[in-house]
Design a protein around this ligand. Structure first.
Ligand code: HAM
Length: 433
């Protein structure tokens, strides 16, 4: 009986796996350019962590979490996002003590949400994200937004758009919440059960309702922008101005953007890639400022800001819109030994080249020269090194450029000596990874 993958999950292999590696390496590279350091937190956390951070009024906590009791009767959850785990780690490991603030962490890893699988929506997906904690400022907010923008630009997307809004400060949110309650109170009786619950827990969430009739009602609800306090408006303007300095030049203000997690305060945003050539998979990423999250889960009173990019969505859009040719991660050398003596020399060559930092493949069985060269080109190697008894006796080996068939003669020590001693053309091809 064949066992199928779990609904909403997918395997990443072969060419696609190389493409994901490219997306992840580039993300890590950009995060490190902004002085973020990598953090890895557990995929399993106490359910309570997400209830208190992502929030009881969010769809994620209400409907989408993979929650179960372990054999010791503890309620555990497969993380639906990573921010909460990073905050938990900052709190439990007291990473803020004696540290230069802001703390800056980036992460890459799987997340789980029980959603209806569709284009760009999985039950297990991967996020790259960053969190900066302990230095609330418009400058840090703008820099964070620019990091995601720079990342997507560096992947050569031509139409990256930042959709942005401000949820304001405490004063803004109290006034707006009251206004929403007043507005929705006339309709709530006839709205969906989720909206009834949201009305009690967080009326802001009603604005996100996907039920068409409720959505119509929400369209005429009071606008958050009309409730922004002077301070919040000024802060938001500062972020918008700084974004220009940080090179973020495609910004759309959307007063209806509230985002699906409860911990946000202040500036929130999403990244979108628009193109007629690709299915609309929704936001490629998003983020925001969170004032109380760390405190809420038992940490110190430090504010933070962060973002996450969905790697499945980034990969789909990148492979549809940007990718022109296969990701080149060619094997540097294929060793082609003919016979047992040759195999011994071949293993020495392979070991020495691997020590020097090159990728090498060597067969595990005896083959004819023809079949060795066939394997070499099937392995996508740049060069084959041919070894036979005659080559050993004369200390005269053949290195063959598989892109054009050009052969060069080399000596044993050219490979196993301290330095690789090959002509410039070969070295150039090897280094052009
Ligand atoms: P989020 O908007 O819930 O934010 O998720 C970020 C990104 O993850 C989305 O824009 C999307 O690309 C991807 N994503 C979410 N759900 C799925 C899914 N079911 N299938 C495929 N991709 C998905 C957060 O998670 C926040 N933690 C971001 C953040 C970090 N805010 C502050 N710091």
């Amino acid at each position: 009986m064949q066992i199928n993958p779990v609904k909403g999950t997918h395997d990443i292999y072969n060419e696609e796996s190389k493409e994901y590696s490219l997306l992840i390496n580039q993300a890590s590279n950009i995060a490190e350019r902004f002085n973020y350091v990598k953090m890895t937190t557990p995929i399993l956390e106490s359910t309570n962590l997400f209830v208190r951070s992502v929030g009881e009024s969010s769809d994620i906590v209400n409907k989408e979490m993979y929650t179960f009791l372990d054999k010791g009767g503890r309620s555990l959850t497969l993380r639906p996002e990573v921010t909460a785990g990073i905050m938990r780690s900052i709190a439990t490991n007291k990473l803020y003590a004696n540290a230069e603030l802001p703390l800056k962490y980036y992460y890459v890893g799987p997340c789980f949400r029980y959603e209806r699988p569709q284009a760009g929506r999985y039950r297990q997906f991967h996020q790259f994200g960053i969190e900066a904690v302990g230095n609330p400022s418009a400058q840090l907010d703008a820099e964070t937004i620019s990091l995601g923008y720079l990342y997507l630009k560096s992947l050569k997307f031509s139409n990256v758009k930042v959709v942005i809004n401000s949820l304001g400060d405490e004063e803004t949110r109290i006034n707006y919440r009251n206004a929403l309650k007043q507005y929705f109170s006339q309709y709530i009786e006839n709205m969906c059960e989720d909206c009834k619950r949201r009305f009690e827990t967080n009326p802001l969430r009603i604005l996100d309702c996907k039920v068409p009739e409720d959505n119509e009602i929400a369209k005429n609800a009071p606008k958050l922008s009309d409730f922004l306090s002077d301070n919040a408006r000024e802060y938001f303007d500062r972020v918008l101005n700084l974004l220009k300095l940080f090179g973020v030049d495609n910004i759309v203000i959307d007063n209806s953007l509230v985002r699906g997690l409860d911990y946000y305060t202040g500036v929130v945003w999403e990244y979108h890639i628009s193109s007629n050539d690709a299915t609309d998979v929704g936001a490629i990423g998003g983020g925001g400022h969170y004032k109380n999250l760390l405190k809420e889960i038992g940490g110190p009173d430090l504010e933070g800001v962060g973002l996450a990019i969905g790697l499945e969505r980034a990969h789909y859009l990148w492979s549809t819109l940007v990718k022109k040719e296969p990701v080149d991660n060619k094997l540097d050398f294929y060793i082609a030994p003919m016979g047992d003596n040759a195999l011994e020399v071949g293993i020495k060559f392979a070991t020495s080249l691997r020590e020097k930092g090159y990728s090498v493949s060597i067969p595990y069985e005896n083959k004819s020269l023809k079949s060795l060269l066939k394997s070499a080109s099937k392995s996508n190697a740049k060069f084959a090194i041919i070894i036979g008894d005659e080559e050993i006796n004369n200390d005269n080996y053949i290195i063959k450029d598989l892109s054009n068939g050009v052969q060069t003669n080399i000596k044993f020590n050219d490979i196993v000596g301290e330095q690789l001693n090959l002509n410039n053309e070969i070295i150039e091809k090897l280094n052009n990874k």
